[in-house]
Ligand binder design. Structure first.
Ligand code: C5P
Ligand code: MG
Length: 171
């Protein structure tokens, strides 16, 4: 008799990255929170590297391409797009796939400004956007040690679990 698949075999992980060049006169958005900064991301959208890396990690977990597959940056329709909208669309794809986000872990690499004082605000906002408890939103911050002083970068990992009603269904 075939062995019943364990719940463990249904867990998924995803990984995503993003980087944007920094320029004067631009706003800096991270995790949907506006950070006071002399420079901000130069981007077609609001350039939120944290939301972009998380969204790519979620899509990657299901091999659904990346955010450029759905929001191409050459399309004028998406100019000034709030990255919150990208995340909402991607989270709907997660639900449509029978899964929910269980945890996220991200590192933002930025030389300035210091992000530590903003950690709680970003964590709270990400919890709101994703529906995760704050305890499942891990954020670390790093400088590039001067290797990339003109860029904001982010790397993110997500862990996903089947929706309760889909558990044991390995189709
Ligand atoms: O990159 P480095 O390890 O030197 O960063 C030291 C500490 O500074 C980090 O562990 C983090 O707590 C903090 N940091 C920060 N905001 C940044 C970069 C680093 O709060 N933009
Ligand atoms: Mg981006």
């Amino acid at each position: 008799m075939a062995e019943k698949p364990s719940t463990w075999s249904q867990l998924l992980i995803g990984y995503g990255e993003d980087a944007h060049r920094l320029g004067e006169g631009r706003e800096l958005w991270l995790g949907g929170v506006r950070i006071e900064s002399e420079r901000g991301a130069i981007a077609h959208s609001d350039g939120d590297v944290l939301l972009h890396a998380i969204s790519d990690a979620l899509l990657s977990a299901f091999a659904l391409g990346d955010i450029g597959s759905y929001f191409p940056d050459y399309d004028p329709k998406w100019k000034g797009l709030e990255s919150r909208v990208i995340l909402e669309v991607v989270l709907q794809k997660v639900r449509d796939s029978g899964y929910r986000l269980g945890q996220l872990s991200a590192v933002v690499v930025l030389d300035r400004p210091k992000l530590g004082p903003h950690r709680a605000a970003i964590q709270q906002h990400l919890a709101l956007l994703t529906g995760l408890p704050e305890k499942r939103v891990g954020l670390t911050f790093k400088t590039s040690e001067g290797l990339a002083p003109d860029h904001a970068q982010c790397r993110a990992m997500v862990y996903l679990e089947p929706l309760p009603e889909k558990q044991g269904d390995n189709s």
